[in-house]
Design a protein around this ligand. Structure first.
Ligand code: 6PG
Length: 266
């Protein structure tokens, strides 16, 4: 690792020399969190996102993790999903199935994908209802300070505009405080219809990991992590502030190129 350091409430920042190094560290980190959660709760409730994230998780399908991770205890969710058919090229479920879920022995009934045959609004309602059932049975834990689900790990990517999950800058869903899962029909990044975890759910997780690579995201990374005053406050990625959980940023060098590195130790 090139640099790593703690940034107070902005979490831990890990800057990697290469995508290969980043994906090695990411697989290690996820496997460690899985082990700890299975030891403590008997299950691991993990929420994925779309984009480049799933590809960067690829080392989990290889030795030693394909054998050492307790896959039967994993319960899979999505922090956001595009409202398209599950076999559509835009589906985050399809992306994860092709790149990860079909390569490791995850129990099919533990994979909680969206209802793809209804409207975005209905899909969000159905998804929240499903999570509520799993909170009752404690497959998903519950936050001690809000009534939100407490996922063991929520994995996020970030766009060049600073969006995370399907929470885009200036969108009214950033203000959603009551619901767990909401929907949009006007995503600036196609496809337009999506469902997404709300900020209270993301910020109730035990662990949140944000994976960001590439120079096009350097300015958003700077605004999301550095002490930039009011400039960064409205950036969705900066609103990721787990109340009790741990936040870790996995960056490559181009994505980290505008960070104030004075607080890092090599
Ligand atoms: C989606 C994603 C989205 C993604 C970011 C980063 O469904 O579009 O969940 O939030 O994670 O746009 O994507 P990249 O890593 O591919 O840039």
């Amino acid at each position: 690792m090139a640099f790593s350091g703690a940034r107070n409430e902005r979490g831990e920042v890990r800057i990697h020399e290469s995508l290969d190094e980043l994906s090695t560290d990411l697989a290690y980190h996820i496997a460690e969190l899985s082990e700890a959660s299975v030891k403590e709760r008997g299950v691991f409730a993990i929420a994925l996102s779309g984009g480049s994230l799933v590809g960067l998780m690829g080392k989990l399908c290889e030795a030693p993790y394909n054998k050492t991770v307790d896959w039967a205890k994993w319960y899979i969710f999505w922090a956001d999903e595009r409202v398209v058919a599950k076999n559509h090229a835009d589906s985050n479920y399809k992306l994860a199935k092709d790149g990860l879920l079909s390569k490791v022995p995850i129990v099919p009934s533990h994979v909680h994908s969206i209802n793809d045959s209804v409207s975005a609004e209905q899909a969000a309602d159905d998804y929240e209802f499903g999570i509520r059932q799993l909170v009752k049975t404690r497959v998903v834990s519950v936050s001690e300070i809000s009534d939100c689900p407490k996922f063991d790990l929520i994995l996020l990517g970030m766009g060049p505009d600073g969006h995370v999950a399907s929470l885009f800058p200036t969108h009214s869903v950033l203000n959603e405080r009551d619901g767990w899962v909401t929907f949009i029909t006007d995503s600036p990044k196609p496809p337009p219809e999506r469902i997404t975890f709300t900020l209270p759910v993301i910020n109730s997780a035990s662990n949140v990991v944000v994976v960001v690579t590439g120079e096009s995201k350097a300015e958003a990374v700077h605004l999301a992590i550095d002490d930039v005053g009011p400039d960064g406050l409205s950036l969705p990625a900066r609103m990721v502030q787990p109340t009790k959980g741990k936040l870790v940023w996995f960056l490559d060098k181009p994505a980290a190129s505008k960070l104030d590195r004075s607080q890092f130790s090599e």
